[in-house]
Every structure is written in C-alpha cells, then in structure tokens.
Design a protein around this ligand. Structure first.
Ligand code: SF4
Length: 210
C-alpha cells in the first residue's frame, strides 16, 4: 500500500466513524480553553475537568487571574501534574494577556506561543479549537498512533510528525484529524496494549503488516 493510499483509507475510515470529533476538555470560552490546555500538558483531560470548575469560578477573567499569585493558584491545581510550574505559567499567561492583548486571548499561533506555558502544541490546539485556525497539534497520542499506522513512520519528533501529517491531510481536516488521532490513541490504539483485534484501522495499519 502506498502512503497516499494509506492516508486515503485512514481518512475515509475516520470521516465515517467520527464525523464531528470534539475536545474532551470542558470550557466555555477561549480563556478557559487556554487554561485547560495548559493544565492538560502531560495530564489527563479527566483530571483537568475535575480541577477546572472551581478554578474557573474563582478566576473568571484574565484580569482576576493576573491579580492572583502562583501560591494561590497552586491550591486549586495541586492534583494536576507539575502544579508548581503550571501555577506560575497560568498567572504569567494572564498577566501577559492583560498587558499585551487587552485581556483577550490572541487568535494566532505565533501570538499564543509568546504566552508563558504555551508551546507549539498548546498554541495549535487553542488556535484551531477556539478560532478555527487550520492547525494539527501533535501530542503523545497523535505521535504514537501516526507512527503505528504508518502515516509518519520516519518522524522522530512531534514537529516532523506535524510536517508529514499536514503534507498529506487536506488543510480543512487538520483540526479534526488532531481529535481523530487523539481519541483513537486514548481508547483503541493505547500506549501499552493497542486493541488491534477490534480496531477498524487494522486493514490499513503498517504495524500489523499492511
Ligand atoms: S491496528 Fe492496532 S496498532 Fe494499528 S491503529 Fe489499530 S490499534 Fe493501533
């Protein structure tokens, strides 16, 4: 199977199985999505969704969060991974929103990446989910699943994966493809024990010899 054929089959399968995939993070506006995505780095969405309701209630705007301090925020997020640095990032991020962006989340990947705690992946997620910017964020699930299926077998890091995926996947599908691969990696093509016997992608999966 050529790479082009594999992409075609995989995209067709996902379009049929998951026509409207969504983020599993809970949020109501771009500011909340940004907070949740920063917290979700190397943490589960499930854990983040437990942490955020009281945090969002206490710090509803960038101005309120900017006026707080990392010690206070730590108490709200201490069950997340890396709570110390994430608490500092959240306060720093809010302060920069207030100082440089009029208290609004900027809609571009470049501007998002200048915020504390926001790397390429987080910027891609927020820009694509909140502002419909075509972007394909590569997290650990996207990286692993793409390699296993054979969509990106020469990628050595997330940036290379992003480059390869965006070369073959049409731009209009970048955001949904991010969710397809994350959800597939979370529930079917899991890190330790992929459920190949019940996976609909088996006939197109390089790891299984196709
Ligand atoms: S067949 Fe197995 S390795 Fe391939 S995508 Fe499905 S679960 Fe992952």
């Amino acid at each position: 199977m050529t790479k082009k054929e594999r992409y075609k089959k995989v995209i067709e399968w996902f379009e049929a199985q998951m026509p409207l995939p969504k983020s599993e993070l809970h949020y109501e506006n771009p500011f909340q999505l940004l907070i949740a995505t920063i917290l979700a780095a190397q943490c589960t969405d499930k854990r983040v969704n437990i942490i955020t309701p009281p945090l969002f209630r206490a710090f509803p705007t960038p101005e309120v969060l900017a006026a707080s301090n990392p010690e206070t925020i730590f108490e709200y997020i201490k069950t997340a991974t890396y709570p110390n640095s994430k608490a500092k990032h959240l306060v720093g991020m809010a302060q920069k929103l207030v100082a440089d962006h009029g208290g609004k989340v900027p809609p571009t990947i470049d501007a998002l990446q200048t915020l504390p705690g926001v790397g390429k992946k987080t910027a891609n997620v927020v820009a694509s989910v909140a502002f419909d910017v075509p972007a394909l964020a590569v997290d650990t699930h996207v990286f692993r699943v793409s390699n296993r299926i054979g969509l990106t077998n020469s990628s050595k890091n997330p940036l290379e994966t992003e480059r390869e995926l965006t070369q073959y996947i049409p731009k209009r599908l970048w955001s949904v493809a991010h969710h397809w691969l994350i959800l597939h990696g979370r529930y079917v093509c899991t890190a330790r024990k992929p459920k190949c016997e019940s996976c609909g992608l088996l006939p197109f999966c390089e790891r299984n010899g196709f």
